[in-house]
Ligand binder design. Structure first.
Ligand code: GLV
Ligand code: MN
Ligand code: MN
Length: 399
C-alpha cells in the first residue's frame, strides 16, 4: 500500500498549527498578516527544498517553478493560504500542499515534464481582510483597477498597498501568457462527493455571486428614555433586511447570506446610530442574482422609509458565472473516472478561467461543511486528491 497518506499528513502537520485559534479550532489566516506571512515563508522553503525558484507578480501572488520560468506553456496549479474568520484547515492550503506532493510524486516516478509545472499561492482569495475576494487573481488578470485594490482597507485602516509594502503591479499579460492551463485542487464545500461515494470530482461551473454592503443610518439614543414611537433604529431596518434576503433567496432557489455585521456604538443600553450588514448573494443564473439583489434592496429601502432610517447600498464585488473549459473538464473526468460537479463557491480558478483553460478538482469533505472549523477531509482522500493531480499534471505537462 502507498505511504502517500502518511507523507501527506507529515507535510500537512507542518502548517496545521499556523494561525489556528485555540478556542474555536478554526483558522485566522488573513492575507499578509503574521500567520499568512509564515505560510508564505513555508511556501518559499518548500520550493527551495525542491529546487523550484519562486517569483512574485508584484500583486502578492507567489509562483514556484519546476522548469524554466520564461519557457511558456506552463501548467499552473496551487491555491491560497488565507482563511475566513475561524475557517477550516483545508479551504486553500490543501491545493498548495497537494501541488508540492504531486511534484514529489512525479519526480519519484521519473517523470520529465515537457512544460514547466508551477505551484501558485494566491493572495487574499477570501476577501476576509480587504473585502474583495480573489483580489490577487483579479489584480493579475486586470479584473480590478490597481488604484481601487491599492486603496482597499482592512478593519484597522491598513490599505492593501501598505500591507503588501508596495503599490500592486496590476495586470500582467506577459506572465499570464506563459501559462497553458491552471488546475486548482480544492476541498469540496458540500456533500456531493459523500453522496456519490467518490473521493475526487472535477468542477463544471461556478454560480455567479457577489457582495453588497448595506449601510443603515439612524439616530443613536438612550434605550431607557426614548419612546418607541420616537426611535429611528437602524437595527430594525437591518433585521428586516436579513429576513427579506432569506425569503427572496428561497423564492428563487438562490442563496443569500448576511454573515457579517458592524454596529455602532454597539452598546446594550443604546439605540444604534448605524448598522452595516454585508450581503453575500449567489444564484445559478445572473438574471436570478440580479433580481434577488434588486428585491432585497427594494424591501430594505421601503423598510428604511418606515423606520425613518437612511440606507446606502454599495456593490463591493461581483463575479459572473464561470463555465470551466468543458473539453478540459471532460478530459480530466474521463482520465480520473470522476464525477463532474457545479459549485456555489468562488475560487481564483474562476477568475483565471476567463484567461486560460482552467479546471478544478474537488476532494471529498465528509462533514460537507466549509468556512467553519468543522470542514474536514481524510488523509486517504487527500492522498487520492494528490494522485489525481499527479495524473492531471502527467497528462497536461508531460506529453
Ligand atoms: C470563497 O470561498 C467564497 O466562495 O466566498
Ligand atoms: Mn473559501
Ligand atoms: Mn478556497
Amino acid at each position: 500500500m502507498s505511504d502517500l497518506p502518511v507523507r501527506f499528513r507529515r507535510l500537512w502537520d507542518e502548517i496545521a498549527p499556523v494561525g489556528r485559534d485555540a478556542g474555536s479550532g478554526g483558522y485566522l489566516r488573513y492575507a499578509l498578516t503574521e500567520p499568512e506571512l509564515r505560510l508564505r515563508e513555508w511556501f518559499r522553503d518548500q520550493a527551495d527544498r525542491r529546487g523550484m525558484p519562486v517569483t512574485g507578480d508584484g500583486n502578492g501572488n507567489l509562483f514556484a517553478w519546476w522548469g524554466d520560468p520564461v519557457a511558456g506553456d506552463a501548467v499552473l496549479t496551487g491555491s491560497h493560504f488565507d482563511s475566513v474568520p475561524h475557517g477550516g484547515a483545508y479551504d486553500g492550503p490543501l491545493g498548495i500542499v497537494s501541488a508540492f506532493l504531486a511534484v514529489d510524486e512525479l519526480r519519484a516516478a521519473g517523470a520529465a515534464p515537457v512544460r514547466p509545472v508551477v505551484v501558485a499561492a494566491f493572495v487574499e482569495e477570501e476577501g476576509a481582510r480587504f473585502g474583495v475576494p480573489c483580489l490577487g487573481s483579479r489584480l493579475l488578470t486586470g479584473q480590478i483597477a490597481v488604484d481601487r485594490a491599492a486603496g482597499l482597507r482592512d478593519a484597522a485602516g491598513v490599505s492593501f498597498a501598505e500591507a503588501l509594502g508596495e503599490r500592486p503591479a496590476g495586470g500582467d499579460a506577459g506572465l499570464l501568457g506563459r501559462f497553458a492551463a491552471f488546475v486548482e485542487l480544492h476541498v469540496e464545500q458540500g456533500r456531493a462527493l459523500v453522496d456519490a461515494g467518490a473521493p475526487v470530482a472535477v468542477a463544471s461551473m461556478i454560480w455567479p455571486h457577489g457582495r453588497w454592503r448595506f449601510d443603515f443610518d439612524g439616530e443613536g439614543n438612550h434605550a431607557g428614555t426614548t419612546r418607541m414611537a420616537d426611535r429611528r433604529d437602524p437595527m430594525l431596518t437591518y433585521a428586516f433586511t436579513v429576513l427579506a434576503a432569506n425569503k427572496e433567496a428561497r423564492l428563487r432557489d438562490a442563496h443569500a447570506t448576511i454573515g457579517r455585521v458592524a454596529v455602532a456604538p454597539n452598546a446594550t443600553n443604546a439605540i444604534p446610530s448605524s448598522v452595516t450588514g454585508w450581503l453575500d448573494a449567489r444564484a445559478a443564473e445572473p438574471e436570478t442574482l440580479r433580481g434577488l439583489v434588486e428585491a432585497v434592496q427594494a424591501k430594505a429601502a421601503e423598510r428604511a422609509r418606515r423606520d425613518g432610517t437612511a440606507l446606502t447600498c454599495t456593490e463591493e464585488s461581483t463575479t459572473p458565472p464561470v463555465a470551466f473549459d468543458a473539453k478540459l473538464a471532460d478530459r480530466l473526468a474521463g482520465l480520473l473516472d470522476a464525477p463532474v460537479l457545479p459549485t456555489g463557491a468562488g475560487h481564483d480558478a474562476g477568475v483565471l478561467a476567463a484567461h486560460l483553460p482552467t479546471a478544478m478538482l474537488f476532494v471529498r469533505n465528509p462533514s460537507g461543511v466549509s468556512h467553519s472549523p468543522a470542514e474536514s477531509a481524510t488523509d486517504a482522500d487527500c492522498a487520492a486528491g494528490v494522485t489525481a493531480l499527479v495524473r492531471v499534471l502527467e497528462e497536461l505537462a508531460c506529453r
